[in-house]
Design a protein around this ligand. Structure first.
Ligand code: T1G
Length: 691
C-alpha cells in the first residue's frame, strides 16, 4: 500500500500529501502518518512550516465511518488537531475537495484554510446520529459565531467556498492553491501567526451572539426532542460560551461517545454503506460500460408518466411524452405545468428553471416519436396485454441498442420482454409516486436483461438523483411484495378491533411519518383494489370500503373522512361501520389491540417476506431491502430499515412471534421462512448474509 502521507519539501515548506483512496477517510493509518509528518516538520530545518494537501475529489472526507464500530485507535483526531495547533511552525490547509467532519476539524486546527474552487466544507456528523467529536463544536463557533455554527452542523450541509469564506471558515484562492499555501506558510513564519483558537473567544464574544444562538436553538427544539444528536449538539455549542477550549473538547467527547454506540447511529451508519452497496451487482463488473442515454421517451401521460417525464427533465434530459390522443397529452402537459407553477409559488423552484424544464418535454400522439430515443419507459394502464402491445410497437420503431423499460408495479416484465425481438434490452424501472420526488428506483432485471442494460439503468439512477435497488422480476419486486404483508395485517387488525387511527398512531410512534392507512387514503384505495381484483387477492376491509366508493382523499372518504378544507383525515363512523360489518361477516370477536401487538403484526410478516425475497434471489442483499423501504415507504432511517431492525430486535424473537401469529390467525403462510428460521437457530442475523 502506498504511503498514506508523502512528505516533500517544496520552496522551503514541507507539504504533506494525503493519500487514502477513495476519499481520504481519516483512518488510523492516515492519522498516524500525519502525526509523524507534524513531528518531522517541527525539527526539519529545511521547512518553514507545513502545508496539508490532497489531490482528487476529497481533502479528507471525514473519520473512517467503518472504524466507529470499534473503540478509537490513537492518535484520535481530537488529539491530532491539538497537535497541529501546538506545532511550533505554521500549518496551512490547502483544501481542493471535500473537507467534511474530521476533514474540516483538521483544517480548523491549522493557522489558515485556503479554498480551491472544488472545496466543500461541512460537519455532516448529525446525519450519522452523532456530533463532531474532534473539536468541531468548539472551534467552528469561534470562527462563524455560535448561531451559524449550530445551523451549519444541524443541517449537515456541505458549503461552497464562497459560503464557507463568508462564514469565516476559509479564504478563497483563485490561482495555484499549493503555491498560495506555501506563500502563506512563509508569511506566517516571518510575520507572526494568529492567536490560537484556544486563546480567543472569537465570535463567541460578539454582542448578541448568545441571543442569536438561543433563538437558533429554539428553532431546533422539535428536532432536539426527537434526535439525541441535535440535543447533544446544542449542549456542546452552549458549553463554548463558558468553557475553555480544553474543557469544551473534553465535554464534547463525553457527549460524542454515547452517541457513537447508540443503536440509532449504528442504524444510520448501516444506511450510509447500504445505499452505496445497493449500486453494486456482484456479477456485473464495474468496467461494463453503460449505453449512452441522451433522449428519453415516456409512453403514457398519466400521474406516473408525467412524474417520470419531470424526473428526466429535472436531470436535463430531453423527453418525448407520448399519449394516444391530443386530449390525453394536453391533460398530461397541463399537469406538469400546474405542478411547476405550484413549486414556483412555494418558492422551491424559480420560474426560469420551470420554463427550461418544460421546454425539455415535447409531446406526441404517435409511438413513432420514440424512434430517436435511447430509452423508452412505458407508464400505461396496468394491464399486461396493453403493455405487451406497447413493447411490440416500440420494438418496431426504436433504433437498435435502445432500451425499453416498464414502470409497472406488479406485472410480469419477462412477458413484456418476450413480446419484443430484443428481450435483452428490456427491464423494469419502477418509480414511486410522485416520480419526480421519491428517491427510490427499483431497477428490475428479467432473465434476459443484458449486463450493459442494467449498468445503464444504474448510471441513469445516479444521474436522476435516485437511489437504485436492483430486483429480479417477480410479483411485486421487493417493496410492494413486502407491503402486501403489512396491508394484510392492517386489514386483519381492523377486523380484530383496532381503529384506523390506532394503527396509524402505532406506526407513527415507531417512526413512520405517516401511518399506512393514511398513506392508502392519500394514494387512493382504488389503485391497489384494481390490482387485487386482477390477481385474485382480497383485503376484506379495503375491498368493502372501495365497494362503498370510499377511495380515500380523492373521493372525500376512505379509512378516514376528509371534510372540506380539512388538512388531515378525521375518524369516520361510516368507516367504522364498514369495518364492523366485515368483522361480523368473518365472525371476528372484536377486542382492544395493544400497540406492541400492532407493531409486531405490521412489521414481522413484512420482514418475513423480505427473508423470502432474499432466499429467492429477488433482492441481492438485506441492505438493499432496507434502502428500498427507507426511500420508497418512509421507514425511519434511524431504525436502519426492516432487515436491520430485525437483526436489532433478534431473529429468534421474531421467529417465535411469527409462529404464534400463524397459530392465532390460522395462517401457515405467516410461519417463519426457512432462511429466517435458520438464521434464528444459529443466533445470527440478516447482516451475516451481506454480499
Ligand atoms: N468513511 C469510510 N468510507 C467512506 C467515507 C467515510 N467517511 N466516505 C465515503 N466512503 C466510501 C464509501 O462507502 C464508498 O465506498 C466510497 O468511499 C466512495 O463514496 C471525527 C466522527 C465524501 C461526499 O459523513 O459524504 O468525521 O462503496 O460513493 O459520491 O468529528 O462519500 O466505493 O466501497 O459516497 O464521490 C463525517 C461521508 C464522518 C462524509 C464522496 N463525514 N462521505 O461522495 O463517493 S464522521 C461524512 C460522503 C466524522 C469527526 C466525525 C461522500 C463524499 P465503496 P461515495 P461520492
Amino acid at each position: 500500500m502506498s504511503q498514506p502521507v508523502s512528505y516533500r519539501i517544496q520552496d522551503g515548506v514541507a507539504v504533506a500529501w494525503l493519500h487514502n483512496p477513495p476519499v481520504n477517510a481519516f483512518s488510523a493509518h492516515l492519522r498516524a502518518a500525519l502525526r509523524d509528518a507534524l513531528q518531522q516538520v517541527a525539527t526539519d530545518n529545511a521547512a518553514a512550516g507545513l502545508v496539508i494537501a490532497a489531490e482528487g475529489g476529497s481533502f479528507i472526507a471525514g473519520a473512517d465511518i467503518k472504524e466507529f464500530a470499534r473503540p478509537p485507535v490513537p492518535p484520535i483526531t481530537r488529539d491530532l488537531v491539538c497537535a497541529i495547533e501546538a506545532c511550533p511552525k505554521p500549518v496551512v490547509a490547502a483544501i481542493q475537495g471535500t473537507a467534511l467532519g474530521a476533514g474540516l476539524e483538521v483544517a480548523l486546527g491549522c493557522d489558515a484554510r485556503l479554498l480551491g474552487p472544488g472545496a466543500r466544507l461541512g460537519l455532516p456528523e448529525t446525519r450519522l446520529g452523532i456530533i463532531p467529536g474532534a473539536g468541531g463544536t468548539q472551534r467552528t463557533p469561534r470562527l462563524t459565531g455560535p448561531a451559524a455554527a449550530l445551523e451549519l452542523i444541524a443541517s449537515a450541509e456541505a458549503l461552497t467556498p464562497e459560503r464557507a469564506a463568508s462564514l469565516g471558515l476559509g479564504e478563497i484562492v483563485r490561482g495555484d492553491l499549493l503555491q498560495a499555501a506555501i506563500a502563506r506558510v512563509h508569511a506566517l513564519a516571518t510575520g507572526g501567526r494568529p492567536s490560537r483558537m484556544a486563546d480567543m473567544p472569537g465570535r463567541m464574544a460578539e454582542p448578541g451572539a448568545r441571543q442569536a444562538f438561543e433563538a437558533a436553538a429554539e428553532k431546533l427544539a422539535k428536532r432536539a426532542a426527537e434526535e439525541p444528536q441535535i440535543a447533544a449538539l446544542i449542549h456542546a455549542l452552549r458549553n463554548a460560551f463558558t468553557m475553555t477550549l480544553d474543557e469544551g473538547l473534553r465535554a464534547e467527547r463525553e457527549l460524542f461517545e454515547p452517541l457513537r454506540t447508540d443503536p440509532r447511529s449504528v442504524a444510520l451508519r448501516h444506511v450510509f454503506f447500504a445505499e452505496r452497496a445497493a449500486t453494486r451487482v456482484p456479477e456485473l463488473s464495474r468496467d461494463v460500460k453503460p449505453r449512452p442515454v441522451e433522449r428519453v421517451a415516456v409512453i403514457g401521460a398519466g400521474t406516473m408518466g408525467t412524474g417520470i417525464a419531470m424526473a428526466f427533465a429535472q436531470a436535463g434530459l430531453p423527453v418525448m411524452l407520448i399519449e394516444t390522443s391530443a386530449e390525453a397529452l394536453a391533460r398530461g402537459q397541463d399537469r406538469i405545468a400546474s405542478l411547476h407553477q405550484a413549486s414556483v409559488r412555494r418558492g422551491s423552484l424559480d420560474a426560469g428553471t420551470a420554463r427550461s424544464r418544460e421546454a425539455l418535454i415535447r409531446g406526441a400522439t404517435d409511438l413513432g416519436a420514440a424512434a430517436e430515443a435511447d430509452l423508452a419507459i412505458e407508464a400505461v394502464f396496468e394491464e399486461l396485454p396493453l403493455k405487451q402491445e406497447v413493447f411490440a410497437a416500440l420494438d418496431r420503431v426504436m433504433k437498435p441498442g435502445s432500451l425499453m423499460a416498464s414502470n409497472t408495479s406488479y406485472l410480469d416484465i419477462d412477458a413484456m420482454a418476450t413480446a419484443t425481438s430484443r428481450p435483452q434490452d428490456v427491464l423494469g424501472l419502477h418509480f414511486f409516486s410522485p416520480a419526480n420526488v421519491m428517491k427510490l428506483l427499483e431497477v428490475v432485471r428479467t432473465k434476459h436483461t443484458a449486463g450493459d442494460a442494467l449498468a445503464t439503468a444504474l448510471a441513469l439512477a445516479r444521474r436522476l438523483g435516485k437511489v437504485p435497488v436492483v430486483a429480479r422480476a417477480a410479483w411485486g419486486f421487493i417493496g410492494n411484495r413486502m407491503l402486501a404483508q403489512r396491508s394484510q395485517q392492517a386489514d386483519r387488525l381492523l377486523q380484530d378491533g383496532a381503529s384506523p387511527e390506532q394503527i396509524d398512531a402505532a406506526m407513527r410512534s415507531f417512526g413512520f411519518r405517516m401511518g399506512p392507512l393514511a398513506v392508502s387514503d392519500l394514494s387512493g384505495l382504488d389503485v391497489s383494489w384494481r390490482m387485487r381484483k386482477a390477481s385474485g387477492k382480497s383485503l376484506p376491509v379495503a375491498d368493502a370500503l372501495c365497494e362503498a366508493g370510499r377511495f380515500g382523499q380523492k373521493s372525500g372518504a376512505g379509512y378516514y373522512a376528509y371534510p372540506e378544507g380539512a388538512r388531515h383525515g378525521v375518524p369516520d363512523p361510516a368507516a367504522a361501520a364498514v369495518i364492523e360489518a366485515v368483522a361480523a361477516r368473518f365472525g371476528r370477536v372484536r377486542r382492544d389491540v395493544g400497540e406492541q401487538e400492532m407493531v409486531e403484526r405490521l412489521l414481522y410478516p413484512t420482514i418475513n417476506e423480505g427473508a423470502r425475497i432474499l432466499e429467492e434471489g429477488v433482492a441481492i442483499r438485506p441492505g438493499d431491502i432496507d434502502i428500498a423501504w427507507l426511500h420508497g415507504y418512509g421507514f425511519p432511517a434511524w431504525r436502519g430499515g426492516p432487515m436491520h431492525f430485525a437483526d436489532a430486535t433478534g431473529l429468534s424473537r421474531i421467529a417465535a412471534r411469527l409462529d404464534a401469529m400463524a397459530a392465532e390467525q390460522d395462517d401457515a403462510s405467516l410461519q417463519p421462512s426457512p432462511l429466517l428460521r435458520r438464521l434464528a437457530a444459529k443466533g445470527s442475523g440478516f447482516s451475516s448474509l451481506s454480499v
